[in-house]
Write a protein that binds this ligand. Structure first.
Ligand code: FO1
Length: 324
């Protein structure tokens, strides 16, 4: 059956992959996940996007909050806060801590993040290969102007995203350690052997952008033998989830499905995409995207449930087949 490789961030990426797996039960799906949100907290390695995908595909995710575990409790987190350890505004639930403790133990035993992720994911029978884009620590940090002092500061992405809710303007995103990092062999191989490469409807800056910032990835996407199809994370000028507009503003890209598609660029013109799916409400932008060399279709893009996500995956696969 076909090999499909997906570049994905956390919440939107996980939902899309769930739909893809539902649509193509026999396919070999590899998910190259963003690791830029990762951080050391309370002595533990926390990997938000890897965990969102693992929990969602393992049917253990909190569907309401969009992150963390269903049926979660926060007894240990209250203890950490009492000791002033960790971030009081960044809740590590009891069950979630089990994941972070297990991950940190395996990493301390000398396993790579790729090996560690495979061990953790095996428990959940997620049905796809979950691959961190790199085994090196490349964390996304955000340069802001401190609202109190007016001084320029750099904070971890999660502090900007969760503590400040992206309300403090980001001047720049920094990928700490990217210059000495490499993509994993497994991720590069998943791109090399893919029949289809998909960009999930994840944050184009701090999820997809962080994956493609890892040395080797853009070359591997551009060299992919199969079609590269992206799904817009913006519908009718609104970020579908999270605060993608705050991220796009920071890099000077309009918050539209068309601007994001052209930001990724047409592979034939030196960019990354062969095809692009926009929502029906953005059908007017199809012409300009086609002009830019990106085959574009307008389909319903709201991932309201697994069936809707599966229909989007089906549309992406169908477009790929037409472009093959
Ligand atoms: N998001 C929140 O809005 N509040 C939290 O307290 C929070 C804790 C948290 C702990 C572990 C984890 O893996 C994710 C967590 N998230 C939380 C979500 C996180 O910010 C997002 O999953 C991504 O990093 C951004 O898409």
């Amino acid at each position: 059956m076909s090999r499909v490789t997906v570049l994905a961030g956390g919440v939107g990426g996980a939902r899309f992959v769930r739909g893809l797996a539902h649509h193509l039960p026999g396919a070999e799906i590899s998910v190259i996940a963003n690791t830029g949100d990762d951080l050391w907290l309370a002595g533990l390695r926390v990997c938000p996007d890897l965990d969102s995908i693992m929990y969602t595909l393992g049917a253990a995710n909190d569907e309401q909050r969009g992150w963390g575990r269903v049926g979660e409790s926060e007894r240990v987190s209250a203890e950490l806060t009492a000791y002033g350890v960790g971030w009081p505004w960044f809740t590590l639930g009891d069950l979630d801590l089990g994941t972070h403790i297990a991950r940190s133990a395996l990493l301390r035993d000398g396993l790579t993040l790729t090996e560690t992720t495979a061990r953790l994911a095996a428990r959940w029978n997620i049905g796809v290969r979950l691959l961190p884009v790199t085994d090196d620590e490349v964390e996304t940090h955000v340069e802001i102007v401190d609202p109190e002092t007016g001084a320029v500061r750099v904070i971890h992405f999660e502090e900007w995203w969760v503590r400040h809710r992206a309300s403090v303007p980001a001047r720049r995103f920094l990928h700490r350690g990217v210059d000495s990092a490499t993509a994993t062999e497994e991720a590069l191989d998943a791109l090399r052997t893919a029949d289809i490469v998909l960009f999930a409807p994840s944050n184009p800056v701090v999820s997809i952008g962080t994956i493609t910032a890892i040395p080797g990835i853009t070359e591997a996407v551009r060299a992919a033998s199969g079609p590269v199809i992206g799904i817009a994370p913006i519908i009718a000028g609104q970020a579908v989830r999270g605060m993608a507009d705050a991220c796009l503003r920071a890099i000077g890209v309009d918050t539209t499905a068309s601007a994001v598609g052209r930001h990724y660029g047409a592979r034939e013109a030196g960019g990354l995409l062969d095809g692009w799916l926009v929502d029906e409400t953005d059908a007017a932008s199809v012409a300009e995207l086609e002009e830019a060399g990106i085959r574009t279709e307008a389909v319903p893009l709201w991932m309201t449930d697994v069936q809707a996500s599966a229909a989007i995956a089906a549309a992406a696969v169908a477009l790929a087949e037409r472009l093959r």
